[in-house]
Design a protein around this ligand. Sequence first.
Ligand SMILES: Nc1ncnc2c1ncn2[C@@H]1O[C@H](COP(=O)(O)OP(=O)(O)O)[C@@H](O)[C@H]1O
Ligand SMILES: [Mg+2]
Length: 174
Amino acid sequence: MPLAVLDLLLADESATHALAQALALAWTQHPCPRLLVTLEGDLGAGKTTFARAFLRALGVQGRIKSPSFSLVEEYTVDIPDLQLKGTLRTTAYHIDLYRFSDPQEWEDSGLRDVIGGPGISLVEWPQHAQGMLPAADLAVHLEPVGEGRRCVVQAATDVGSNVLRALPERLNSG
Ligand SMILES: Nc1ncnc2c1ncn2[C@@H]1O[C@H](COP(=O)(O)OP(=O)(O)O)[C@@H](O)[C@H]1O
Ligand SMILES: [Mg+2]
């Protein structure tokens, strides 16, 4: 099983933006039909901030609402495909499972098919799906440290490892 880890201190919100953007752009270098990014950390850790910056880097414009009430927000994204010299149109799902408390809600939500199907899924509070989620390509953990955040990104699939490998050197030295 490929496994790679990035462990960084993000001094402020702009550092969170920069990391999320770098990961998104690294993925677009070799986009694949399905990407699962999970975001763990307490309330206020920066999960939505990270997801927003990731979506922006994929070209999402306009307001990016937190999905904490709607459960899922959906965006159409066009990713430049350098080999085809065209664009790859896909869907990005920003999901927040905070309000999930029992496995039946997961079954009823239909999210299994959304996350298992083609598209990019950014999932806050993945632990509330109680082990029902497939392995994340990138599992992002955020935790407050002083005024900033510690961010650990684990890649547990080839897709995730390739993303970490494609990061600019200054980010991927750890
Ligand atoms: N690296 C960072 N250092 C300090 N503050 C940050 C950092 N990243 C994000 N923040 C701030 O932390 C808060 C996170 O809020 P939010 O992204 O909604 O958290 P969550 O979705 O995890 O509940 C925002 O006020 C944001 O400006
Ligand atoms: Mg949030």
